[in-house]
Write a protein that binds this ligand. Structure first.
Ligand code: 13P
Length: 254
């Protein structure tokens, strides 16, 4: 049984005060039984320290949105995995399409970060997904498979089983266009089969594969009830406590 995992990617939203309000709102809104559902929030770096203090003892786990692949050094403007650990992070989003697009991240650099994250005791949430153009050219499978292979290179089976893969079709991010549950399920199954080929079916069955791209309270339940959709990576809808809590609730029901 895979743990349904709902993560909120706050992106570059919320200053310190707004972060505090959102986290306090969330701890109130998550007043129902979460069962085995895992909830993760990924605020911006400037809010992680405070967030770490606020979520302590709550069912909310903390993640970052990026990290550098070294523990320390002369890398102006970067944040290391050990720094993330020191403020209570357990997860780190790696290779989000926005980082691939605006910050030149590649499967190779994401793989380097993923290996470092694992070695540092952080669970990577590795993002993959095709552009609209690639989907229209019918090369979604090739693109996503290449990303998964590249990002998982040299990661052992025991670690891959703990790694989260987030399928986020770029055309569905922030556009209001969601992949249909069938479209998403198809790619999720492809990813799972690929992990099965690269490792073993036993490993593939353990990997949590999240869907991301315009997940909202209105569509979460149907997406999350697909057999290979094990959770969601939520952008816009995680910035309000109520809508994020409603998505979490859908996970407890699906
Ligand atoms: P939206 O939910 O705003 O489409 O963003 C998805 C996303 O990029 C999460 O990482």
């Amino acid at each position: 049984m895979r743990t349904k995992t709902i993560a909120g990617n706050w992106k570059m939203f919320k200053n310190l005060q707004q972060s505090e309000e959102l986290i306090l709102g969330l701890t109130k809104a998550l007043d129902f039984s979460l069962g085995s559902v895992k909830v993760i929030i990924c605020p911006p770096f400037t809010s992680l320290g405070l967030a770490g203090t606020l979520v302590k003892g709550s069912p909310i786990a903390l993640g970052a949105q990026n990290m550098h692949a070294e523990d320390e050094g002369a890398f102006t403007g970067e944040i290391s995995p050990t720094m993330l650990k020191s403020v209570g992070c357990e997860y780190v989003i790696l290779g989000h399409s926005e980082r691939r697009q605006y910050f030149q991240e590649t499967n190779e650099s994401i793989n380097k970060k993923a290996k470092k994250a694992i070695a540092s005791g952080l669970i990577p949430i590795i993002c993959v997904g095709e552009t609209l153009e690639e989907r229209e050219k019918n090369i979604t499978d090739l693109i996503v498979s290449t990303q998964v292979r590249g990002c998982l290179k040299e990661i052992g089976a025991a670690d891959v089983e703990k790694t989260i893969i987030a399928y986020e079709p770029i055309w569905a991010i922030g556009t209001g266009k969601t992949a249909t549950p069938q479209q998403a399920e198809e790619v999720h199954l492809l990813i799972r089969k690929l992990v099965g080929q690269l490792y073993s079916w036993a490993s593939a069955e353990k990997v949590v594969i999240q869907y991301g791209g315009s997940v909202k309270p209105e569509n979460a339940k149907e997406l999350l009830s697909q057999p290979n959709i094990d959770g969601a990576l939520v952008g816009g809808a995680c910035l309000k406590a109520d809508s994020f809590a409603t998505i979490v609730k859908s996970a407890t029901l699906s």
